[in-house]
Design a protein around this ligand. Structure first.
Ligand code: SF4
Length: 189
């Protein structure tokens, strides 16, 4: 695909992503504006994340940060998607999960759409650990993800600084009690 056609197609994909259930904001950025910082991965592995080693789409099962940086350098653009909602009271955890799954679905659908629109290397990343299965078998000595066709790694797992990347995209993330914002991404090329 010619460069100009890629941009036009990316614009159509933005509209597609915006129409996915639950999506509140989308932006298109240069892949060069995706900020990667080794400290994000360090936080996964050494700051007490409860999911470390327990989900196949989280470290240590995903590529190293250096490997991801090389991969990222080959991409042209990225679509950033956000799903947000209120999560207060007794049902807060359930609602946060529901919103995380909506983001997962939107990332997955946008990636598939990108693939069929002429971006053969489209790659989706979710926000937070993959929770497609209630209990991921990663921590139980199983070797493979149960839903490889749909599972996607989180941005944080790859060492992406989500806050700085969102800033570059002009998307603000304000941490407010009772509110959750999940951010995902689809790399395009
Ligand atoms: S799809 Fe299931 S098995 Fe695969 S990483 Fe997600 S939770 Fe684990």
């Amino acid at each position: 695909m010619k460069l100009l056609e890629k941009f036009k197609e990316a614009e159509r994909l933005l509209e597609f992503a915006k129409d996915c259930e639950g999506v509140s904001r989308v932006e298109l950025i240069s892949a060069r504006d995706v900020v990667v910082d080794e400290r994000v991965r360090f936080q996964c592995s050494h700051s007490g994340c409860r999911e470390y080693g327990k989900r196949f789409m989280c470290p240590p099962y995903v590529p190293e940060v250096e490997e991801f940086k090389k991969l990222l350098s080959k991409y042209l653009m990225a679509i950033i998607l956000q799903v947000e909602g209120q999560t207060a009271g007794e049902t807060a955890d359930e609602e946060a999960k529901r919103l995380a799954l909506l983001l997962h679905e939107a990332v997955y659908r946008t990636e598939k759409q990108a693939f069929s629109s002429g971006f053969p290397f489209a790659a989706g990343f979710i926000g937070g650990p993959c929770i497609l299965c209630e209990k991921c078998p990663a921590g139980d000595g199983h070797k493979y993800c149960l839903r490889r066709e749909k599972a996607r790694p989180s941005m944080e797992a790859m060492g992406i600084d989500v806050l700085k990347t969102c800033e570059k995209a002009g998307l603000k993330i304000a941490f407010m009690p009772g509110k959750v914002i999940w951010t995902g991404m689809v790399l395009l090329d």
